[in-house]
Write a protein that binds this ligand. Sequence first.
Ligand SMILES: Cc1cc2nc3c(=O)[nH]c(=O)nc-3n(C[C@H](O)[C@H](O)[C@H](O)COP(=O)(O)OP(=O)(O)OC[C@H]3O[C@@H](n4cnc5c(N)ncnc54)[C@H](O)[C@@H]3O)c2cc1C
Length: 427
Amino acid sequence: MIPDPCSVTEASRSIPVMDSVDVLVAGMGPAGIAAAIAAAREGARTLVLERYGYPGGMITGAHVVAVLGVGDGRRPRARGITMDVRERLGRFNAVTRVTGSGDYWVDAEVFKWQAMEMLDECGARCLLHTMACDPIVEANRVVGVFTESKNGRRAIRSRVVIDCTADADLAFRSGCPCEDQTHDVTLRMVITGIDNAVFQAFEKEFPGRAQELMETARAQNGGVMPGATRYFKDIDITDAEALTKVEREARRDCFRSLYFLRENMPGWTDARVSHTASQLGVRQGRRVRGVYTVTDEDLRSSRHFDDSIARLSSYLNGYKLYDPPGLDYDLPYRCLVPEKMDGLLVAGRCVSSDYLACNSLRLIVPCFATGQAAGVAAALAVRHQVQPRGVDVSELRDSLIRQNVYLGNDHDGGISVEEDAVTKRAE
Ligand SMILES: Cc1cc2nc3c(=O)[nH]c(=O)nc-3n(C[C@H](O)[C@H](O)[C@H](O)COP(=O)(O)OP(=O)(O)OC[C@H]3O[C@@H](n4cnc5c(N)ncnc54)[C@H](O)[C@@H]3O)c2cc1C
């Protein structure tokens, strides 16, 4: 038989089941960490997988160290794991700045360390360097996950799977319909070694020439100086070729511009890229179509829901936070529940929302919130032997309140924040 050049048939094989758990969480970003902690606190046997060698997702991989969305632009609101993390990192002087709205900045390396400790302490097991590749689907129900790692391909059975991969990898592969409009992509590149005294003196003495050099440098680097945030547009973040192109272009342009400045700009002679983020900064990926899709109008009109699993106030208008301030909206449990697939919940930036709502829900605090709710819901589904869509919402809300989640149950938020009370550190 002549082999088909366009496809290869993979031999079927039997995959060893390495584990069987109550709740399996895929991805250890803010959503996955919160989901695993919350499920374990509710007594579920919980395992959380991460493809990289550290937890934190964008916080640690893309150095997104500002935990935003805690408050309403005037005062803090969110509690639960958002505050547990802040309290824990505070013990290690690893909260480097706090605003009046309660937003806080973290030390990413301490975060990597302490997130693992927090998971360990509540009994959630972690498995790093493990890619969750495909859901195991039986009769329209996700019953586990196939993984790939240095151990090869393995299977893990789970009564509920929570997809916290940010791009809804598992939901998508199980056949859940998803939306996937693009948003800006950024590779963080850190420049050190600029002699600012020399640079600023030159700018002062020869402003025209300095401007001219900077314009040339910017023109070589997508309109920004080396080290400044560059926004790559229209990138299909589910396509490895497209992601490779961004990584190549970001480095090529940045170095070309940097070497131009080293040769021509006083003060830049020893400037260098000290490091680049280990993970490309992706702002939006796939969003799962859930039983309910949160809309921008829901957020802007401070809509409340009977099945609320979080009361939040943050709104990101483009890149402007708390614009407008003072919102007070709920996130319904149904936005974590895929429209048709059972055995599965989603949390983090891939929850069911429209494009504009996602711009706010992708902030770290909403991701902690949806993760915590998904974790508790998954544990309750296991305890009562029901599907996630059948979880009793009033019991879910009671359990979340016991986990100190703010659901509008009191109004001072129970937090006191001294603005900038902790040591500020430049990031
Ligand atoms: C450049 C940039 C700047 C931002 N600035 C801010 C800011 O200042 N403040 C703020 O609050 N938010 C900010 N955000 C948004 C915020 O960081 C993210 O939206 C948030 O981290 C998303 O959380 P998540 O848990 O859904 O996903 P992620 O943080 O992306 O975590 C997903 C995790 O899952 C892992 N994973 C993915 N697929 C698999 C798989 N198949 N198997 C195993 N593991 C997998 C990933 O490695 C990762 O660890 C920014 C985002 C970007 C890109």
